[in-house]
Design a protein around this ligand. Structure first.
Ligand SMILES: Cc1cc2nc3c(=O)[nH]c(=O)nc-3n(C[C@H](O)[C@H](O)[C@H](O)COP(=O)(O)OP(=O)(O)OC[C@H]3O[C@@H](n4cnc5c(N)ncnc54)[C@H](O)[C@@H]3O)c2cc1C
Length: 427
């Protein structure tokens, strides 16, 4: 066998890097290696569809930590290595290059690969995903010869790319299969707001359409054929239709899972001494009624990594972090706290026409999530409403004369009094 590490981390993204950082912070003195297929040191992924895409941020400024950090903490980074199989009995990994690496504990932090279209033309030159640095470098390299771009998928990544390309003067068409943008992650009001914003900036938004094929002229993308035969002219296609969790080797080794690898509240998979973190970890989330979900966010990558580092160092604490997320499009900063899926009431606080407002989602009277657009104080103050699963009069939530901080503390006092009365009755 080749090398052996006390902790081997597969993946050099957010969750892999944070696992190594948290292990060293908590005094873990054993050997650590991060094994990743990308060639770069661990870097921040969100700028790929934001200021790295636009050219406003250099790659060096995206590094999660500088090279010296990893050297000083004796974290080996074995990049350019794809792990293709795991032997949980022998406690070894096999890389595509044929190396065998032994481990004491394994942390699977492999994220996901961009989901690709299945139609004819998907492999043409000019068809791109936005998942890693190489993708964005390729896109940027082709922009000078590109006038029209079709973005397939009206989720955050597609819309962020559409916003930047539009600012660059490209003619962008967004093609979305659902009847609204952001359908998977946000309520109707936010969807319609972003649809109007993109249209106002000159983006053509096509809803309820599917891509039949991508067609070429001189070996380069020329247009996208939609259901019904209509053509959308484009010299570039950006596909933002989600990810496929990169968990095949773990599932093949016997770990439970399906859309991701199943983990418990400490990040443990069903295989001995194998943990999973980040985008690929299918976990029961307290903010999703304890249902198994995967979250694709920096918050989840970091916090689940911290949870696993604690479990490895003998100080286990169940995962219980409130989900948060952000997206930048044009001059709009969206900040989300909580998970809105399953809401039964959405309250709009402020006016979307002012381009500074929040949507507060409730379920059975309790606040479960907020989407805040250019409304940082609502985001900061709304956290307590979500973590406390607070019950507040929806009319008050919509009243901008009342701060969310006051509403959260008022609701807490009412709850405390109710508990106090209940205690007195019980004694
Ligand atoms: C363009 C873009 C914009 C985003 N914007 C935001 C945002 O604004 N806010 C937010 O919260 N989140 C955002 N996200 C999501 C966030 O970046 C991810 O949730 C986060 O990167 C997940 O971290 P991870 O470690 O699980 O996976 P990743 O960061 O994807 O890292 C996984 C690594 O493992 C490698 N790998 C995969 N399989 C193997 C294998 N078999 N062997 C070796 N290595 C392997 C991958 O190549 C990759 O380097 C964005 C993501 C993208 C792509």
């Amino acid at each position: 066998m080749g090398r052996h590490f006390d902790v081997a981390i597969v993946g050099t993204g957010h969750s892999g890097a944070q696992t190594a950082i948290a292990l060293r912070q908590s005094g873990f003195a054993g050997s650590i290696a991060m094994i990743g297929e990308e060639l770069e040191l661990p870097y921040d992924r969100p700028p790929l569809s934001k200021d790295y895409f636009s050219g406003e941020r250099s790659f060096e400024r995206m590094l999660i930590r500088p090279a010296a950090f990893w050297q000083q903490r004796d974290v080996a980074i074995l990049n350019g290595n794809r792990v293709i199989s795991v032997d949980p009995t022998a406690r070894t990994l096999q890389t595509q290059a044929g190396d065998t690496i032994g481990y004491g504990q394994l942390v699977w932090a492999a994220g996901g690969h961009a989901r690709r279209l299945s139609c004819d033309g998907r492999d043409l030159s000019g068809v791109h995903s936005v998942r890693n640095r190489a993708d964005v470098d390729r896109i940027r390299g082709e922009l000078t010869t590109t006038e029209k771009v079709a973005v397939v998928g009206g989720g955050y990544i597609g819309l962020e790319a559409a916003a930047i390309l539009t600012k660059m003067g490209k003619k962008v068409t967004v093609l979305e299969v659902q009847n609204r943008l952001l359908a998977r992650v946000a309520g109707e009001t936010l969807s319609r707001f972003y649809e109007a914003e993109h249209r106002n900036h000159g983006v053509e938004v096509r809803l309820g359409v599917t891509v039949e094929s991508i067609e070429a002229k001189n070996n380069r993308v020329a247009c996208v054929r939609l259901n019904g035969g209509e053509l959308a002219e484009a010299q570039m296609v950006i596909v933002g239709i989600g990810i496929i969790p990169a968990v095949e080797p773990l599932l093949a080794a016997g770990a439970l899972g399906d859309n991701g690898v199943a983990v418990d509240e400490y990040g443990r998979t069903t295989l001995p001494d194998i943990f999973a973190v980040g985008d690929c970890a299918l976990h029961s989330n307290p903010y999703a009624d304890d249902l198994p979900i995967r979250l694709e966010s920096v918050q989840n990558a970091n916090d689940l990594a911290n949870t696993v580092a604690r479990a490895i160092t003998g100080n286990p604490v169940p995962y219980n972090s409130v989900p948060w997320f952000w997206s930048n499009q044009y001059d709009l900063r969206l900040q989300t706290i909580g998970l809105s899926a399953g809401y039964d009431l959405a309250v709009t606080r402020g006016a979307p026409a002012d381009r500074s407002f929040s949507i507060i989602y409730l379920k059975q009277g309790r606040v479960i999530a907020l989407d805040c657009v250019n409304a940082t104080s609502d985001y900061a103050q709304g956290k307590a409403l979500v973590t406390g699963r607070v019950t507040v009069d929806p009319n008050k939530l919509g009243d901008t004369a009342l701060s969310l901080k006051e509403l959260a503390s008022g609701a807490r006092q009412t709850a405390d009094k109710t508990w106090h009365r209940a205690d007195q009755k019980a004694t």
